[in-house]
Design a protein around this ligand. Structure first.
Ligand code: TRP
Length: 332
């Protein structure tokens, strides 16, 4: 049997997960475990490129591990590891740095955005972020990278770096492809901006029924639908987007039809969504609680992930050293 294609994706250890992360990323990742070999890295070095608190970093990594395990990353089939524990990530990033023109990096949209948002915090790591990301991916020769649409330019850059490396030193890395999720961008409760912690417009995965309802009940829907008797347009409604992520087809169809016909109001539609959300999130929250009470299990999973990732990383680097002509000095 042919070997399964490799998948790599990075998890930012930046705090609580929200519904946007869940539908946009996690739901995209989980089914890949069936027919791919998946490696998921908690990217602590990437998290260091923005303001961070060293006293909270360990806890953030732990929380990220718990969230993703509870959501369904299966450590028997997939690798869950902490990026900085496999030093080959940064070693390969250095090699890739030496072939990546500065011009390519200065065109990256996320760099331009972050520089503008935080002019006092522009450093080499921020500039180089996409090269470390490229190293994360190609270190495992991943061919598929499940990501949100904001990461697509980074993947394009990775492919350019791969092409350049392969043409300079011989065919070594496959060109990875981005895989976008089925649920389009999930907006925040304001119905305008992307769901994001910094905008305080999120539903979180660990919220109770009461908390979820409090937020959902006031969430913005189709703003043109002023009265219960007005027909609405599900296609411009963020609640409908969430339905597509959480509800069975029959509920999605029902809500779309009845919204257009003014058969149900927004509150009815939100109640159906709430029930379907709880169906998915309830068991997830149970698993979160369970893992939180067993930190040793989580550390073991990460240690095992490290060991398995390290093996692949060492193999790839051996090949890279060969290609760039320094392998003689790595043979001890
Ligand atoms: N840049 C990604 C993000 O912000 C995280 C990430 C780091 C990543 N390395 C990666 C994603 C490698 C995919 C592959 O979400």
């Amino acid at each position: 049997m042919a070997e399964k294609k490799r998948v790599f994706s990075g998890i930012q250890p930046s705090g609580r997960l929200h519904i946007g992360n869940y539908l946009g990323a996690i739901c995209n990742w989980l089914p890949m475990q069936d027919d791919h070999f998946c490696i998921y890295g908690i990217v602590d070095y990437h998290a260091m490129t923005v303001h961070f608190n060293p006293e909270e970093m360990e806890q953030c990594i732990f929380n990220a591990a718990i969230d993703y395990l509870a959501a369904g990353i299966d450590p028997e089939r997939s690798i869950l590891m902490v990026q900085s524990t496999v030093s080959e990530h940064t070693e390969l990033a250095w090699v890739l740095n030496t072939i990546t023109p500065i011009g390519w990096l200065s065109r990256v949209p996320t760099f331009k955005e972050k520089r503008q948002a935080n002019p006092d915090y522009v450093h080499m790591g921020l500039f180089d972020y996409p090269v470390l990301m490229a190293a994360d991916i190609v270190l495992y020769k991943a061919e598929v990278v499940p990501v949100g649409d904001d990461q697509v330019p980074h993947l394009e850059l990775t492919r350019e770096i791969v092409r350049k490396f392969n043409s300079m030193f011989g065919p070594t890395f496959p060109e990875p492809k981005a895989k976008l999720g089925d649920v389009p961008r999930v907006l925040g409760l304001d119905g305008v901006n992307k769901m994001s912690k910094s905008l305080d417009n999120c539903l979180y995965l660990d919220e109770t029924r009461e908390e979820l309802w409090k937020k959902l009940s006031t969430a913005v829907t189709d703003t043109k639908r002023k009265r219960r008797t007005d027909p609405g347009d599900p296609l411009v409604c963020n609640i409908y987007t969430m339905h597509k992520g959480f509800s069975p087809d029959k509920d999605v169809e029902y809500c779309a039809r009845e919204c257009r016909a003014a058969g149900i109001g927004c509150i009815d539609c939100k109640k159906i969504l709430l029930e379907n959300m709880i169906q998915a999130l309830g068991p997830l929250q149970e698993r979160q609680k369970d893992l939180r009470s067993k930190p040793a299990v989580v550390y073991d999973i990460l240690k095992n992930g490290h060991d398995r990732a390290k093996k692949i990383a060492i193999e790839t680097m051996r090949e890279v050293y060969e290609r760039i002509g320094i392998s003689k000095y790595h043979k001890h």
